[in-house]
Design a protein around this ligand. Structure first.
Ligand SMILES: *Cc1c(COP(=O)(O)O)cnc(C)c1O
Length: 217
């Protein structure tokens, strides 16, 4: 199936209230342009160098999202243009994003990454750590960032009951914070293999790569 057909299929499945981040990491500018011409505007990348180079070469009305693990010393390269950083999981990184946003006279939206899977390799904070971070005075003092929600990566399994449990817990946490914090509006969960379940469990932003662009080498 073509990139265009895949995007329109996913859009009909998720409806207009859920945002689709087309994950274009490792994919060429030609492939991204196909999706762009079809109307796709949000693209997600996980490597700073690749992101900067694509941003430089492609249309300026693309919304670029950083979805990977971001190193502090690389924040400066994406701060001038990045729309949303999905994977924030510590205060030092938030402080650096704040500093670089200020230099660029911008406010940068960030999602706190929660470790919803019990797999060892995944990044992210526990619910308790995330809650403490959000309530911390150090975070409220950062004027050039907005924490707009949460991001989670479910276990790499096809076992629906496990995925459902992980997604539901994160959705509960999201809803709890949304009640009291008007900035909290985005719940980023769901990838190629589990986005339909994620949306059923409350996700309003999915990150889909291989399902749109084909498998990565
Ligand atoms: C690569 C990646 C995705 C997309 O994965 P697919 O399975 O290809 O849809 C989503 N989120 C993150 C954080 C990723 O690194």
């Amino acid at each position: 199936m073509s990139i265009e057909k895949k995007i329109s299929q996913i859009q009909s499945e998720i409806g207009s209230k859920v945002s689709l981040v087309a994950v274009s990491k490792t994919k060429s500018e030609i492939e991204i342009t196909k999706a762009y011409k079809f109307g796709q505007r949000i693209f997600g990348e996980n490597k700073v160098q690749e992101l900067v180079s694509k941003q430089n070469n492609l249309p300026k009305d693309i919304n670029w999202h950083m979805i990977g693990h971001l190193q502090r010393n690389k924040v400066k390269y994406i701060a001038p243009f990045i729309n949303l950083i999905h994977g924030v999981d510590n205060l030092k990184l938030l402080k650096e994003i704040n500093k670089q946003a200020k230099k660029n006279d911008r406010k940068i939206d960030c999602l706190i990454q929660i470790k919803i899977s019990s797999e060892e390799s995944k990044f992210g904070l526990t619910y308790k750590e995330a809650s403490d971070l959000l309530k911390s005075e150090f975070v409220s003092a950062l004027e050039n960032i907005n924490i707009t929600g949460f991001m989670g990566m479910a276990s790499n399994t096809s076992e629906q009951s496990i995925l459902k449990k992980e997604f539901n817990l994160l959705n509960d946490f999201f809803n709890e914070f949304k009640k009291t914090d008007k900035n909290i509006k985005t719940l980023s969960m769901g990838m190629s293999n589990d986005y339909i379940l994620a949306v059923n469990c409350g996700s309003n932003m999915i990150r889909v790569g291989s399902n749109i662009f084909g498998s990565r080498n």
